[in-house]
Every structure is written in structure tokens, then in C-alpha cells.
Design a protein around this ligand. Structure first.
Ligand code: F6R
Length: 240
């Protein structure tokens, strides 16, 4: 992987946004892989100004994951988050930006449907990734198969604790999610893994330099030939 150490999350956002603008100018119907959580926000913010002169009407996108068991209209469903933070501010076509369907009804084929939609779009051109403190990418928690595809998973207690800040209390954080698999993520043509802050330093070091192991799902990126890791000094602090 190419590791880029930047001064701030803002600088990382600018760098990755520039790459995305280049991609869209080159391929107006580019397929973006969208992460949620705090980490990608500077990218989406930086895209805001940069896309002004660019036709984004054909841009497509697939979110990494969604909670199972909360309504899509819930403000913290990833459908809502992607609408609020990406689709609306950037003026993207909501019909072209997909999130896995976390509704209980039809959940048994939601994963296969999502895989088929990604395939029909020709695959993801650029996948934005954050990483969990336990090394998860998407919601592929430790132990996830490197061959896994979009499916329902149980969130670990650590991840529910990490995400409780978005909810009234940890009890309101869903128990389950539907997430692209590591095998799905590895099929994207370019992976851009972002991490900021001391809390991510161990996960970043293990993902980039540690043994390739399902214990640290982020280490799957070492199997991909086009990976850019963009980190601040704190998140880079345990790299050798
Ligand atoms: C979000 C996702 C997760 C997050 C990770 C880090 O779609 O798939 O893997 O990227 O939990 O979350 P933040 O960025 O909030 O620290």
C-alpha cells in the first residue's frame, strides 16, 4: 500500500476529494464506494466546493453497510446519513446511490441483491474505507472471511460502544448490520483507507504492516494491488 501521512483530517479530505474529482471528470458515471462514520466526513466536506463545475448527475455509489432493525427513515440509519452527508450536499441523484436494505422483510436475500447491483454497475471504482478500533472494515468484525460477500452480521460490543455516540444510549445501537464482505471490498478497483487519531494507530499498523489475518479484518487490504492509506500523524504513530 501507498501510505500518505498528512497534517490533518482536513488535508486528507482535500487529497482524497481531488482524486475523486479527477475520477468523475474522467468517468462521469464513476462508481464510488461510500463509508459512513466520522472518518470520511472531511472527504465529503472537501468534495462540496470542488465539485461545483462538475456534472455529477451520472455518478453512482454504494454504501458499505447499514444497520438491521432500524427504519431507513431513522436519522442514524446509514441511508439517512448518506442522504444527509453525501447525496444532498453534493447534489447526487439519490436513485443512483444505494445502501444495503436493512429491513427485516426480505433480509434473507438483501445481501445477494446488493452484490448483484454492484456487479450490474460494473463494480466500484474507488472505495473509501474507515477502520474500527478493532480493525474492522465495513462491519466485517474480527474473524470475518476474506472471501465474504454482503451479508448480515452481529455487531461486537466494542463497535456498539464506539457507535453509541450517534444514539441516545448504547441500548439504542442495533445488534445487527448488513455489510459488504471483505471479498466484496477487495473487488473495488482502488481502496482508499483513512484513519485519524491515536485511537486508530494500532489498527492502522496491524492492517498495513501486521500479518494478513482474519483477526484483523483491515489486513485484507494487503491482498489488494491498489491501496492508498491516508492517515494523520497520530494514526500513523505505530507504523514502523
Ligand atoms: C462505516 C464503516 C465502519 C467505519 C469504522 C470507523 O461505513 O463501515 O467500518 O468506517 O467503524 O468509524 P469512524 O469513522 O466513525 O471512526
Amino acid at each position: 500500500a501507498e501510505v500518505v501521512i498528512v497534517e490533518s483530517a482536513g488535508a486528507a479530505g482535500a487529497l482524497v476529494a481531488d482524486e475523486i474529482v479527477r475520477l468523475i471528470n474522467q468517468k462521469p458515471d464513476a462508481v464510488l464506494g461510500l463509508a459512513t462514520g466520522s472518518t470520511p466526513l472531511p472527504v465529503y466536506q472537501a468534495l462540496h466546493g470542488r465539485l461545483a463545475g462538475t456534472d455529477v448527475s451520472q455518478v453512482r455509489g454504494f454504501a458499505l453497510d447499514e444497520y438491521v432493525g432500524i427504519d431507513p427513515t431513522h436519522p442514524e440509519s446509514y441511508r439517512s446519513v448518506i442522504t444527509r452527508e453525501v447525496v444532498e450536499p453534493l447534489g447526487l441523484d439519490p436513485d443512483r446511490i444505494k445502501t444495503p436494505n436493512g429491513a427485516q422483510d426480505g433480509i434473507e436475500h438483501a445481501g445477494d441483491d446488493y452484490e448483484a447491483a454492484i456487479e450490474a454497475a460494473g463494480g466500484v471504482d474507488l472505495q473509501i474505507l474507515g477502520i474500527g478500533t478493532d480493525g474492522h472494515i465495513g462491519f466485517n468484525e474480527p474473524g470475518s472471511s476474506f472471501a465474504s460477500r454482503t451479508r448480515v452480521k452481529t455487531l461486537t460490543q466494542q463497535t456498539r460502544k464506539d457507535n453509541a455516540r450517534f444514539f441516545d444510549s448504547i441500548d439504542d445501537v442495533p445488534m445487527h448490520c448488513i455489510t459488504q464482505g471483505l471479498g466484496t471490498i477487495l473487488r473495488a478497483r482502488h481502496l482508499v483507507l483513512l484513519a485519524f487519531g491515536e485511537g486508530k494507530a494500532r489498527a492502522v499498523a496491524e492492517a498495513v504492516e501486521g500479518p494478513v489475518s482474519a483477526i484483523l479484518p483491515g489486513s485484507a487490504v494487503q491482498l489488494h494491488e491498489h491501496v492508498t492509506v491516508v492517515v494523520d500523524e497520530a494514526a500513523a504513530s505505530q507504523l514502523k
